[in-house]
Write a protein that binds this ligand. Sequence first.
Ligand code: ASP
Length: 437
Amino acid sequence: MGIKVAKFGGSSLASAEQFKKVKNILLMDPDRRYVVPSAPGKRFKEDEKVTDLLYKCYQAAEAGERVTPIFEKIYTRYMDIVKELGVDIDMETLLKQTESEIIRVCTPDFAASRGEYLNGMLLAAYLGWDFIDPRECIKFDRQGVFASEWTNEILSEKLKKHEYAVIPGFYGSFPNGEVRTFSRGGSDISGAIVARAANADLYENWTDVSGFLMADPRIVENPREIRELTYKELRELSYMGATVLHEDSIFPVHKAGIPTNIKNTNDPAHPGTMILSKPSEENAGSTITGIAGHKNFTLISIEKAMMNAELGFGRRVLQALEDFDVSFEHLPTGIDTMSVIIADSELKTRKNEIVKRIHELCHPDSIDVTEGIALIATVGHGMVRNPGTAARLFGALSEAKVNVLMIDQGSSELNIIVGVDQNDFDKAVSAIYNAFN
Ligand code: ASP
């Protein structure tokens, strides 16, 4: 018998009906021993997530305003689930205590964490499983950085004492026990941490989609599903905008060599996407795995004759960015040219000052600034081994009359990144997708 850790996202636990599906899924396989729930998410498009309501409760408490009008909505959400499922739990008292605690403690992390806490208590009672409070066993250091090894030690000991347990996602605590949350969507990370500590054979991440798609369905009609990808490919795709899983959730499971299976609570028979450390034999031959991209980048191109012979030139360009606390995405270079690609969210209004600083530090012949760039990453472990991949990709872009402004293959050899005018973004993504399908 193996161990599976199952994390359920907010939409999987948004209503009594969804709770029933979750119970069925868990009872279908006795290996599913540890479950990590999110807070109730949206039931329909205009609905509010419990976590968002809890942040509003905190803001009201902080401003000395009444919390109850907002908390009432949370109260109703949980009570509706409890009543419809007939769970034996004194949810009313628990909710009342929680409301006063939110006001008393008055930190955003504590308030937000209560969504997972309450859902965890409710789910544990519904399943008849033990409840483990992550406040005791998911630890952050005093600066608020997740303490992975410390956590792994305490949590693995704790799990050994519980055959079946519910461990709420999204939060843990500082060394002094004060609640600390991960960033938004962080229950994915908690699930991966529990999977590592349980020495699980599989981490199942249950959501409302059947895994990753090869491209954004808003751009490409009916893109193919990705059945399998590696953690490295996932990292590249998530970094470039694919958003099924929180990107930090990769680390604990990848490190421990535990595969992650993205599954759909509303279609449990679907195989979903399997994420592995290394490609399986059946998949070793595939060329590209997925395409992802982002708009809103700026390209700063610096030209200087004999740049290649000038020691420290690159360092000085990067110094100019560091002076303004700006980090860069890519750094394609030529013999006499060097370009930096910066996300507009990083650059903000500092473009002119940075250009001025590069002039002062590097005395280039010219600096060219191009705004409105989109970056597109074509990702696949098979790209290096399959000759002609680049030709296919660039051929497709040229046929679609997309002008390529920048190319970067990075050193991972997993990835070809192109920079295009952001008005050509959709056309470029479709052209690349069609070239490989
Ligand atoms: N409930 C938290 C959020 O909405 C964490 C999560 O769902 O993963 O961000």
